[in-house]
Design a protein around this ligand. Structure first.
Ligand code: NAG
Ligand code: NAG
Ligand code: NAG
Ligand code: NAG
Length: 503
């Protein structure tokens, strides 16, 4: 597996992934449903706070009750994957997530009886001393590439819908680019397009029958497919002077709602240029899930991550230690299924975009995702990090393994509490076998800002020139020298403050 990352990567992109993925802060969601009683306070997305013109006719949005019925319809169309994520989450975890992600809430809080105030109805001490609960107007651009994704679309939309309900519908724009699917992806997308619009969540779905044809180079083609999902970002800036504060880029993978919230949280907390999750694939010989996207992922020494079990993924010793404790890690490059991007380098020079290597200039023919990481370093946005807590799967088998049902540690292992929080898995010596992410209590270290260091001098690059028939890297790997800029402390300055007010 480690020898052929490109092959795996292809399989991932072209298979209609039978995704088994994620659900939600069960509690958070269950609190979303009672909104039917609280009609007045939802802030409509078409009210643009700033001065720029609203050229279209204002559209009357449905009432909250009507929206709730659409949500019910949406979520009942997605019967399997995303229902389970945090169904049996331990109460302490639920409480932690509610507190942790409250500052991300982007809609106006109704004065009483709302789902939000119900979070804290019995927790007066939590409410005291909290930020003033001013709704956030941080804007999020979701860019998603789909190809033969019939199976995951209902879940994808259910998750988007829930995340947008938390971030604020008016703060979210979804851009989907679908190319050349041969299943009923296009038809299904049309249904969800209409449903999504009907509740006031902005969405652009572009479908294409364009084939690789004109593009000789595989990476050039993949880069163009990714860039296509970004077209509305530039259109909205040009036409409406609308700028986004955070980009969420997703492959055809389905995270749980708390996965997305944690990535966004870490990205903003650390003012990171790029923030990614950790993705896993089943390794038949080893008989367990292994880290997957090692074609792109590089530790902060420039060394590739391994398709290996948990404790052997990182060569860089400090990173390995942190990884095994599920703590955020600075890396040179990563993608791993979902990446949160700071849009600044897209908006202003050097106007970063996905691209293939400049082969004539001697650049190693890496993945378009590695190259964009290098370009972020070059642009001075080298704060790139991985969030091991957020674990993603591409199929049901791995999903089930990395999302084990919660079990009582005391009962299964004769676990003796050694301090810390009750039932804290991190104090369990067998923690490695217990890597379900949706129950793991947050530790203080997970909320501490990362200390970023300048980039490595050399990065391991396994090129794919695509000259032959090989569906994967076909050039001998090299240690490629990075630019002088990326090794300078200027590369890791905070240039665009996206941090969460009050944190
Ligand atoms: C569509 O794009 C994906 C990458 O997102 C690619 O793997 C696939 O081959 C493309 N489909 C066609 C028909 O070109
Ligand atoms: C760190 O990078 C250098 C190349 O720059 C490499 O030779 C060395 O093996 C790497 N160390 C680790 C622990 O990966
Ligand atoms: C876990 O199991 C032990 C032994 O069966 C029991 O005493 C304890 O109350 C359980 N803890 C929880 C949180 O359910
Ligand atoms: C980068 O730094 C090295 C060593 O400090 C120097 O020799 C080289 O000329 C620099 N390259 C550029 C493009 O500035």
């Amino acid at each position: 597996m480690g020898k052929q990352p490109g092959v795996l990567r292809l399989r991932r992109l072209t298979t209609p992934v039978a995704l088994a993925i994620g659900v939600m802060l069960g509690m958070l969601l269950s609190r979303l449903f009672p909104w039917t009683a609280t009609t007045p306070a939802w802030r409509s997305n078409h009210i643009r706070p700033k001065s720029h013109q609203q050229s279209r006719q204002p559209i009357q949005l449905p009432t909250l009750d009507q929206r709730a019925r659409i949500l019910n319809l949406l979520t009942s169309l997605s019967p399997h994957y995303t229902k389970q994520c945090t169904r049996n989450a331990q109460p302490l975890y639920v409480q932690q997530t509610l507190e942790r992600y409250a500052p991300l809430i982007g809609h106006k809080t109704p004065s009483s009886g709302s789902w939000f105030s119900k979070f804290f109805a019995d927790e007066d001490d939590l409410r005291v001393g909290r930020r003033d609960l001013v709704p956030s107007d941080h804007k999020y651009f979701f860019a998603i590439n789909l190809y033969n994704s019939f199976d995951i679309i209902p879940d994808l939309f259910a998750t988007l819908f829930r995340v947008a309900a938390i971030l604020g519908y008016h703060n979210v724009f979804v851009s989907i680019y679908e190319n050349g699917s041969t299943d009923q992806t296009k038809a299904l997308l049309r249904i969800f397009d209409a449903l999504t619009r009907s509740v006031g969540l902005r969405i652009t779905i572009r479908t294409s029958m364009r084939r690789r044809g004109a593009f000789n180079h595989r990476i050039e083609y993949l880069a163009e497919v990714r860039n296509a999902a970004f077209v509305p970002l530039h259109e909205l800036r040009d036409a409406e002077n609308e700028y986004f504060d955070t980009i969420v880029f997703m492959n055809d993978i389905l995270p749980c709602v708390d996965d997305l919230l944690e990535l966004i949280y870490q990205s903003r907390k650390n003012n990171a240029g790029i923030t990614c999750a950790a993705d896993y694939m089943y390794h038949e010989e080893i008989g367990s899930p292994v880290f997957y996207d090692n074609w792109v992922a590089r530790d902060i020494n420039g060394t590739a991550l391994e398709n290996a079990p948990f404790e052997r993924i990182f060569h860089h010793e400090d990173s390995s230690q942190r990884f095994q404790r599920h703590l955020p890690i600075q890396v040179q490059s990563c993608w791993n299924g979902i990446a949160i991007l700071d849009p600044a380098p897209f908006y202003s020079p050097p106007h970063v975009r996905f691209r293939m290597a400049r082969i004539t200039e001697g650049e190693c023919s890496a993945s378009e995702c590695s190259l964009i990481c290098n370009d972020y370093w070059e642009a001075g946005y080298g704060r790139i990090m991985m969030v091991p807590r957020v674990k993603l799967a591409y199929d049901r088998k791995v999903f089930d393994i990395i999302h084990p049902p919660r079990r009582n540690l005391t009962a299964i292992r004769g676990y003796a509490r050694m301090g810390g929080l009750p039932d804290d898995p991190r104090t369990d010596p067998q923690d490695r076998a217990w890597f379900g992410p949706h129950d793991r209590l947050f530790t203080e270290e997970e909320s501490e800002p990362l200390t970023f260091v300048p980039g490595p001098e050399h990065v391991w690059c396994w090129g794919w020139d695509g000259a032959g028939d090989l569906e994967g890297p076909d050039v001998d790997p090299i240690w490629e020298r990075m630019s002088n800029k990326s090794m300078h402390s200027d590369a890791i300055l905070v240039r665009h403050d996206r941090s969460i007010p009050g944190l």
